[in-house]
Design a protein around this ligand. Structure first.
Ligand SMILES: NC(=O)c1ccc[n+]([C@@H]2O[C@H](COP(=O)([O-])OP(=O)(O)OC[C@H]3O[C@@H](n4cnc5c(N)ncnc54)[C@H](OP(=O)(O)O)[C@@H]3O)[C@@H](O)[C@H]2O)c1
Length: 285
């Protein structure tokens, strides 16, 4: 099996390529220097030449706050770029796994969102990722949409890295306590994608590490596990304004994994411990 990975230099893409290799599946890593997703001819040519059996589409415009001031570019990449890729996949009958986000939902309420719940994105990035979902659903029959959230991995800027830095510099850090979600390790996500694409259990999924917490709980656990004496001071979102509105409820229901015979991902605290160990081993901690 040959699997193309878009965004292969990104935080998630790098671990997907690593996992495919570990499983003995041939990875075909591509990133923006190979072709730009917004160029339909380049996308079609590259996909036809590589002739993958499946594509794991990790590439995206991911600057959530910046997207508010350049909505056209964000939607061109996440919506239009995904449509180009879906059309190219359809031409060669490749499966496509599209990585999406909890930001496609309204972020209201306190119960976990199910995959088929109504979509009502609250910011430009969420809207653009929903456009990507619609492009995939409208073009392909053999597709997976996997929504995830609060991702951290060795190869990216992420919340854990920021807290480790601040935790060394300060005695306390103010962190929002009214946005609830599930921290998710790229290594665990990558393992799930690689399992999923080997099946024909198509459709929309949610995949995050198990358990829900607030960002302030996550920060406190990072400080505890990294043995930093810094304190996470809980604050409401109203005291931490950002250009893009963030959902208060990022809880995603993972019943879809049980129903389709996939194991759940490990607890987020366990994922964090393995991530810190990986950082130590890589000399990053
Ligand atoms: N990070 C999270 O918390 C989170 C949560 C939910 C869902 N997701 C989704 O998970 C996926 C992976 O996220 P990530 O954190 O790994 O993001 P990332 O580190 O920003 O990686 C995205 C990759 O896509 C590439 N890319 C951007 N524009 C492109 C274009 N026009 N053509 C081709 N490649 C392009 C980027 O290249 P450049 O760096 O050169 O721009 C980068 O290598 C994304 O689909 C994201 O929407 C992420």
């Amino acid at each position: 099996m040959k699997v193309m990975v878009t965004g292969a230099r990104g935080q998630l893409g790098q671990d997907v390529v690593k996992e495919l290799t570990r499983l003995g599946i041939t990875p075909l890593p591509v990133d923006v220097e190979d072709f730009d997703l917004t160029d339909p001819q380049a996308v079609e040519r590259a996909v036809a030449e590589a002739a993958p059996d499946a594509i794991i589409h990790c590439a995206a415009y991911t600057a959530v706050d910046k997207a508010e001031t350049e909505p056209a570019r964000c939607c061109e990449i996440n919506g239009g770029g995904t449509l180009n890729l879906a059309r190219a996949a359809q031409k060669i009958k490749a499966k496509l796994c599209y990585i999406s986000t909890d930001y496609v939902f309204s972020g209201e309420g306190e119960t976990p969102f199910e995959p088929d719940d109504p979509k009502r994105p609250q910011n430009v990035y969420g809207l653009s990722k929903l456009q990507g979902e619609e492009a995939v659903q409208g073009t392909l029959t053999r597709f997976f949409i996997v929504r995830t959230a609060w991702v951290f991995g060795l190869n990216g800027a992420n919340f854990v890295r920021t807290m480790l830095r601040l935790g060394q510099e300060r005695h306390s850090v103010r962190v929002v306590c009214d946005q609830i979600g599930s921290p998710t390790y790229t290594v665990d996500l990558a393992a799930f994608f690689c399992q999923l694409i080997q099946t024909d259990r198509y459709g929309a999924y949610h995949a995050t590490n198990e358990g829900f917490c607030a960002w302030s709980d996550f920060a406190a656990e990072i400080f505890r596990q990294a043995k930093l004496s810094c304190r996470a001071e809980p604050i409401p979102s109203s005291e931490y304004p950002t250009p893009a509105k963030r959902p208060k409820n990022s809880r995603l229901s993972k019943d879809c994994l049980d129903q389709n015979g996939f194991p759940r991902l490990p607890a987020w605290q366990d994922a964090l411990a393995r991530y810190l160990a990986e950082m130590r081993q890589a000399g990053q901690l």
